[in-house]
Design a protein around this ligand. Structure first.
Ligand code: PHE
Length: 359
């Protein structure tokens, strides 16, 4: 065997034995580095006679090729092994029980919406929805609020500019009442729906934010009266506040889409120096309601000589504040972890009528 064959055997054995990428790099430098043994051999070619070079050249280049090939092959093996080891080390068994404390919580608005859906489902109401970017017709016109009506100014509307410059004007819905129209157009009466969701008005103080939440209620059937409205609201509020002594007061009011209209107040009494719901020492305004205006029924394709309806709209955030004791609305939407930890609910506190709607 020639010394070149010896050298190749020696180098390839060392390469195959390299235990890690660092050891392999040492082999590479030893063989192919600037001062490497193979590099040295290549350098000897320059000093050879043409005859020698013709004989030795191919052998030395073959040596270099063999060593480079062995280095690459070993490197691939070691890298795969390193990756496998890392993957094995980082393996997570998803079937093991979690032993971390759960972080994050259910926002009070979500919790209250779930409570409301549960209460109204028990009364036979289905959940309906509509878009938050609403057209003028559903948000205003169909609800008996024509273009020139001063009630449009009452709502501090956010208008949405159309990029195509044509077609109907859109708004961020100022209330959930447009879902009344959508529900009546989508299904024939009798119907009983609630529509929870976000609404928008240009307003900002301790009890007003530009985005807030409402829940709309709508019942359309034959022979519906104000009595049905009052019973429904009483039943809902007693279930929601979990008190039998909830007292309601209906005060004449005005909404273009209801006739007659009633503002509903809920009674409070002083307990431990604080106003608490229940009884009737004083009153606080809670929600708007009324009998669906015949023109609104007709606008939504319902014959007002055959069908009557009642509707109400209530602030979900306000309900949450009253039930869970927050006095400022703004932190609801500031995503402050401390507030969320304090007022949030466990994901396991799912409201059910059997287990109680409150945690
Ligand atoms: N849409 C009214 C508001 O936002 C509330 C309401 C709903 C009043 C349904 C009557 C009937 O103020």
């Amino acid at each position: 065997m020639s010394d070149i064959d010896d050298l190749q055997t020696h180098l390839l054995t060392a390469i195959d034995a390299a235990a890690g990428l660092d050891a392999l790099e040492t082999c590479r430098v030893h063989a192919l580095g600037k001062q490497g043994v193979v590099t040295q051999r290549l350098k000897t070619l320059g000093a050879m006679t043409p005859g020698q070079r013709q004989a030795e050249g191919p052998r030395i280049h073959a040596l270099r090729e063999a060593v480079a090939g062995a280095l690459a092959a070993r490197k691939a093996v070691l890298e795969t092994a390193a990756l496998d080891a890392r993957l094995a080390g980082e393996r997570v068994d998803m079937t093991l029980p979690v032993d971390l404390a759960a972080t994050g919580s259910i926002h009070p608005v979500s919790q209250v919406m779930d409570e409301l859906a549960e209460i109204f489902a028990d009364l036979g109401f289905a959940v309906a929805t509509g878009p938050e970017i609403e057209d003028d017709w559903h948000n205003f016109t169909a609800l008996n609020i024509p273009e020139t009506h001063p009630a449009r100014a009452m709502h501090d509307t956010f208008y949405v500019e159309r990029t195509d410059g044509q077609g109907e004007r859109h708004v961020l819905r100022t209330h959930t009442s447009p879902v009344q129209i959508r529900a009546m157009l989508a299904q024939k009466p009798p119907l009983r729906i609630i529509a929870p969701g976000r609404v928008y008005r240009s307003d900002w103080d301790a009890t007003h934010t530009p985005m807030f939440h409402q829940i709309e209620g709508l019942v359309v059937d034959r022979g519906i009266t104000l009595g049905h409205l009052k019973w429904t609201l009483e039943t809902f509020l007693k279930a929601f506040f979990e008190r039998d002594d909830i007292v309601l007061r209906l005060r004449p009011s005005f909404f273009p889409f209801t006739e007659p209209s009633a503002e509903v107040d809920v009674g409070w009494t002083m307990r431990n120096g604080k106003r608490a719901l229940g009884g009737s020492e004083g009153w606080m305004e809670l929600l708007g309601s009324g009998m669906v205006h015949p023109r609104v029924l007709a606008n939504a394709g319902v014959d007002p000589t055959e069908w009557q309806g009642f509707a109400f709209g209530v602030g979900v955030d306000r309900l949450a504040m009253l039930k869970y004791g927050m006095d400022d609305l703004r932190p609801f939407f500031e995503a402050d972890g401390r507030w969320l930890r304090h007022y949030g609910f466990s994901a396991l506190d799912v409201p059910t009528l059997s287990a109680g709607v409150s945690p």
